[in-house]
Design a protein around this ligand. Sequence first.
Ligand SMILES: [Zn+2]
Length: 243
Amino acid sequence: MKLKQKLMTYLCAGAVLATGVIGGHLAENAVKKGAESVAASASAVVERPTVVLDAGHGGADGGCVSVDGVPEKGINLSIMLTTRDILSLLGYNVVCTRETDVSIHDAGIEGLRRQKISDMDNRLAVINGSGALLAVSIHQNQFTDPQYHGAQMFYRADSDESLRLAETLKERFRNHLQPENERETKPVGDELFLIHNAQCPAVMAECGFLSNPEEAAKLESMSYQREVGFVIADGILKFLTEQ
Ligand SMILES: [Zn+2]
């Protein structure tokens, strides 16, 4: 499909969703007025599809740290917020596990390790309680050898749809940002708690390597974070509109 056609497909899908949202507001007003005939149209309003976005780490848990000393948690959040804004604008119901620099562990839990377990339990509860069509967890990578770079996707091993989501995201990274990216899309089991236990197609997107000086510098810049956020939104839209 040509780029323009693809864009039209996405925009049309967005317009349908946006119409549903506007229809929702109109229907709500009609119900308030008690106009029976118009209120009946409320039942025709299409429920907005839900997607979950998870910005990895947060609060005391910074995640991995770049060669410049920048923790991944803020990079993950910034990317996620762009993806959230694009999808929200198109009418999707976007549920985020966090939208600020916090851990979402239960109140009163002491100790980093126990807080981390509670935080992960609560993130999973957000995903599985949302009725979402998919979940994407956004992270950054790190390795001892600084030469490695490029985005890499990890998907739930027992889910064909998770694989399709992962391949779609990877293809979008290649298309928009990293044409030479040959990183293998990898299946994961229970070593990745959130992805393994999600009840919807779920992918962890490692957007790049903070151990690579060039890629770290890019990932630390707001403009590149926005580009990556767009790529993830584009991948999600492609996955949802081309099934
Ligand atoms: Zn991480």
